[in-house]
Design a binder for this molecule. Structure first.
Ligand SMILES: [Zn+2]
Ligand SMILES: [Zn+2]
Ligand SMILES: [Zn+2]
Length: 146
């Protein structure tokens, strides 16, 4: 369903580049996110974790610092629960989410740079925009057939 035809950046390289120590726990976490191919919640990560899982607080802290360094990206799927996805070898993109079954599809590319310029231009207090988060919600084909 989701395809990423981009240069593969290994998670240990991504960690080193962002100044993280390469630990077994971090590698395991990133491998899990990378192989799932879609954003995961902390609960989903713990369910998929093989072996003794880290505690929730440690995991949350780890994901938060990885998010700030853009090794993972935090995504809001309107569920009230943070989801995280692996980002090093994936260009900036958005998602479309089914309101009924939660199916997530990635939207390739982003055409919002022009909008960013417009926003900065009309803003009184901001000089630039560094990034944005935007997800789309609707109904998938399967759910509209029922
Ligand atoms: Zn659906
Ligand atoms: Zn994604
Ligand atoms: Zn975008």
């Amino acid at each position: 369903m989701m395809q990423h035809k981009h240069e593969i950046i290994s998670s240990d390289k991504a960690l080193r580049e962002k100044g993280f120590r390469v630990t077994k726990g971090r590698l395991k976490l990133l491998a899990l996110l990378e192989h799932s191919g879609q954003p995961l919640s902390i609960q989903q990560i713990l369910t998929l974790w093989k072996g003794t899982p880290p505690n929730v607080t440690t995991l949350y802290r780890s994901l938060t610092s990885l998010n700030l360094s853009e090794v993972v990206r935090r995504i809001d799927l309107n569920t009230g629960i943070a989801h995280f996805e692996y980002t090093p070898d994936r260009p900036h993109h958005h998602h479309i989410i089914c309101n009924d079954c939660g199916t997530i599809e990635e939207i390739a590319g982003c055409s919002l740079r022009a909008l960013e310029k417009e926003i900065v231009h009309s803003s009184k207090q901001f000089k630039n925009i560094s990034t944005h988060n935007l997800e789309f919600f609707g109904h998938c084909i399967r759910c509209t057939k029922i």
